[in-house]
Design a protein around this ligand. Structure first.
Ligand code: NAD
Length: 383
């Protein structure tokens, strides 16, 4: 059994996503399981090379996890003899120049979404990566969540018959930061810092809809900044300039209508922080992050509208849980494992920078739709 060390320059590991989901739950988890075993018996051993702005923070993370390599200099990290992959979980705004640098240095690229702040920039990154012949990927973690995997299983198994509509509810209350600290970074609420609900969540909705149902063909979005004053990490008050809610309607191939409400100013009366209800001619499902419940055509009740009588049907209990039938690993880790395998063996990998650019496209069109108050077509993308 041979062991291949693969150096990964990890930028943004002092942040929420970079640290928790990518470093700890993915790369370090792969090391804890003894590396990533490939079909031919080879074992991949990911070696993180941490890079960021704050030396003390990087050193503290490296010490905590017994990691050897860290630096505040991106060029130095990219020229490290082990470095083969560049990973970016920085603030969206500073991503593009770093990815350009990594591609120019001949590194494979894997990045958080949105891959860039504009469609032009996202497409340019995809083009540059293709021209340089480097492997490239964009995080599309929701596709690897148990609830959505079960939903995909239902679609693939023909459970729904003809799919009519998808209703998504995403959101929770993000504290303003005055009397209780906010649970998300303040840049998310400032448009000038790359924040906003559409830019954050429409990239997710694009790959969820495209991959689980069918390609998105049009978008209509209405945005709001419901809470216009918030308090930052230092306790200073600031003006929230970005949308904190987006109400979107998307038409998909095959006439499916998807409607997704996304809000950081909503209190949760759901089982999970995101839920999608899918209605089809043969059955319906409600999928969340982990769970998925179904109601078949044959088990559909026949309620009669009568406001004079109290509701007697226990609607919530008329659904059946979809069983796991397999073990689900962390979604970020699963996607990392597929990307690492792709880099080393050339195995196919669908979720590349062009797919990432589609997410940026939907965000850009969503923002334009909201500004102009009209529905916009979503054209095919090419590079
Ligand atoms: N896949 C997902 O589900 C998901 C969820 C949340 C965020 N994200 C994406 O991950 C990225 C990071 O989000 P986060 O919530 O971890 O943010 P965060 O604020 O917690 O982390 C930002 C990181 O970028 C670094 N950074 C570099 N230059 C910076 C600058 N000029 N100003 C501020 N920070 C700078 C910070 O040091 C930190 O390491 C964003 O692009 C976001 O869209 C993805």
């Amino acid at each position: 059994m041979s062991r291949t060390v693969i150096g990964i320059v990890m930028n943004g590991v002092t942040g929420r996503m970079g640290y928790r989901q990518h470093l700890v739950r993915s790369i370090l988890a792969i090391r804890e399981q003894g590396g990533l075993a490939l079909d031919d018996g080879e074992v991949l051993w990911p070696e993180p090379i941490l890079v960021g702005r704050s030396a003390p923070k990087l050193k503290e993370i490296a010490d905590r996890h017994g990691l050897e390599h860290w630096t505040t200099d991106l060029d130095e990290a990219l020229s490290h003899p082990l470095a083969q992959i560049y990973f970016d979980a920085q603030l969206t705004q500073v991503r593009e120049p770093a990815i350009r640098k990594a591609i120019a240095a001949g590194k494979h690229v894997y990045t958080e979404k949105p891959t860039a702040e504009s469609l032009d920039a996202a497409l340019e990154l995809a083009r540059l990566a293709r021209a340089a012949g480097v492997c490239n990927g964009a995080v599309q973690d929701k596709l690897f969540l148990p609830g959505l995997l079960k939903l995909k299983r239902l679609v693939d198994g023909g459970f729904f018959g003809r799919i009519l509509s998808v209703r998504g509810e995403f959101g929770y209350w993000v504290f303003e930061g005055d009397w209780q600290t906010a649970q998300r970074p303040s840049w998310n609420y400032r448009a000038q810092d790359g924040g906003g609900m559409i830019l954050d969540m429409f990239p997710h909705w694009r790959y969820v809809l495209d991959n689980i149902f069918s390609p998105v063909r049009s978008v209509y979005a209405h945005t709001a900044t419901h809470i216009d004053e918030r308090w930052d990490e230092q306790g200073a008050v600031y003006q929230a300039t970005a949308d904190d809610a987006a109400y979107g309607v998307f038409e998909l191939d095959g006439g499916i209508v998807a409607q997704i409400n996304s809000s950081w100013a909503v209190r949760v009366d759901r089982d999970e922080l995101v839920e999608f209800q899918v209605d089809g001619t043969e059955g319906s499902a409600v999928a969340g992050l982990r769970n998925c419940r179904i109601q078949h055509r044959a088990a559909t009740p026949k309620p009669v509208w009568n406001p004079d009588l109290p509701a007697t049907e226990p609607f919530r209990s008329q659904w059946q849980q979809v069983p796991d039938n397999e073990e689900f690993d962390n979604g970020f880790k699963v996607q990392w494992e597929l990307f690492l395998t792709h880099v080393v063996t050339g195995a196919p990998y669908r979720w590349d920078l062009l797919e990432g650019a589609k997410g940026v496209q939907l965000a850009e069109l969503g923002l334009r739709s909201a500004a102009e108050g009209r529905r916009l077509d979503v054209p095919d993308l090419e590079i």
